[in-house]
Every structure is written in C-alpha cells, then in structure tokens.
Design a protein around this ligand. Structure first.
Ligand code: SAM
Length: 172
C-alpha cells in the first residue's frame, strides 16, 4: 500500500485551529503518514505531536510548508479534493496503489493552480461541505478502513468495548 501525505492549504491559525487539528487527527486515524500545513503554526505542531506521543505511531506534522513547491516536488501522485472534481466512485480506480499519494485540501478559496497541478481532482459529492468529511470518506474508501483499529504501540491504547472505557497504559 502506498504512503499517504496530506497537504493542507490556506490554514489561518486564528480561524482554522480546530478544523486543521481535526484534519490532522482524522488523517492519522485513517492511515495517512503525515500532514504538511502551509502556514507556520507551532501550537498545532505541539498539539498533534502530543497526541502522537500518547497514542503512538509515526505520524508527522510539518507547518510553514510552501504548497507549490511541495506539490511540484512530491514523488508520487497528487490528488486535490474539491466539490468541482470528478465523482469519487469514478476516480477511485484511477488512484495508483503502488505510488505515494499527496492529498490536497483547502480551507478557503483554493488557487486555480492547484486544480491544474493535481493529477486528479476528486469530489465527494458535488455539494459544498467539509475538508474533514471529504478526506475521511476518500481515505476510508481507498484504504477500506484498514488503519482504524491498528495497534500503534502508544503509551495509551484504547480497547474497543461495548460499554465504558478500556485503556491500556504502557510507560517506557
Ligand atoms: N469554497 C472553497 C473553494 O471553492 O475552493 C472551498 C471551501 S471548503 C470549506 C474547504 C475544503 O473542503 C475544500 O478546499 C475541499 O478540499 C473540501 N471540500 C468541501 N466540499 C467538498 C466536496 N464536496 N468534495 C470534495 N472536497 C470538498
């Protein structure tokens, strides 16, 4: 399976704090390797780093990344999620499984250059909704949910249970 990276563009630390945090956490939970964010945001890096430290895995976050360069230099296929893109059901079969993927999501209006430089522009329905929802649906359909219950070897591991909270704590 290919490695999946997320490129979040248009992040405004004051307004998008919560949404970008959730883009990162959802990407991690659904199997992405890491996220690049265009605007530098040390608090966001700390918050995601703290989740990774406690819950495990090797998910990375890098902020202050120039998206044009990141897209241009990415050694794999670039997928842009947009309500204007081709239908997800038609596009899924075009996504390679033997190449790394960069999935680009916006915050506000996305520059047209992104539409032109992406290998695939994919929509999750043609209604405006959310980058978190669009990303989660694409990742879940592409990976078949394979990472949802993966053991990431964290200090804290949640055990699925019918009722209540079951947590295993491992300390180094
Ligand atoms: N109005 C902005 C534009 O025209 O570019 C989009 C803003 S939307 C709140 C933020 C992001 O959510 C988009 O850049 C896109 O990545 C994602 N998104 C929203 N609706 C989507 C849809 N139906 N399909 C795929 N992605 C979507």
């Amino acid at each position: 399976m290919s490695d999946i990276w997320i490129m979040r563009i248009g992040h405004r630390p004051d307004r998008d704090k919560r949404v970008t945090t959730h883009v990162a956490l959802s990407s991690r939970a659904l199997g992405a390797k890491g996220i690049y964010v265009d605007t530098h945001d040390a608090t966001l890096e700390e918050n995601i780093g703290s989740v990774v430290k406690r819950f495990g895995g090797d998910f990375t976050i890098e902020t202050g990344v120039q998206w044009k360069q990141a897209i241009r230099d990415f050694p794999g296929k670039v997928i842009h999620l947009t309500m204007y893109g081709e239908r997800i059901d038609a596009a899924l079969g075009k996504i390679p499984r033997d190449e790394d993927l960069m999935i680009v999501v916006g915050a506000e209006k996305v520059p047209f250059e992104v539409y032109e430089s992406a290998h695939l522009n994919i929509s999750v329905g043609n209604q405006p909704h959310s980058e978190i929802a669009a990303l989660a649906i694409l990742l879940d359909r592409f990976t078949g949910g394979g990472s949802l219950y993966a053991d990431r070897g964290g200090e804290m591991t949640v055990l699925p249970s019918e009722r209540g909270k079951e947590i295993v704590s491992r300390h180094a």
